[in-house]
Design a protein. Structure first.
Length: 82
């Protein structure tokens, strides 16, 4: 099998935002089993192969989950103006 490396862009973005990375350079989810799109930074969410190799359907599912979490985060933090 062919291994996969974390992209240099993933590592740079993780460092820029203060997100934890694991020993292979991938973003470390807060809790891989129960909170796979959460990171150690409250406002930063992760999905897809940024956390390591995975199948396309899994990456799509995580992307949708991360988008929903980000939307909910923004809605909580930004007051609605009428």
């Amino acid at each position: 099998t062919t291994g996969m490396e974390a992209s240099s862009g993933t590592v740079e973005m993780a460092k820029l935002f203060g997100v934890d990375i694991e020993e292979h350079g991938f973003v470390k989810p807060l809790q891989a089993d129960s909170m796979p799109v959460h990171t150690n930074v409250d406002s930063v969410f992760v999905a897809g192969t940024a956390t390591g190799p995975k199948a396309i359907p899994d990456a799509i599912t995580e992307g949708s989950a991360a988008a929903m979490k980000a939307m909910n985060f923004v809605r909580r933090k930004v007051p609605l103006v009428a």
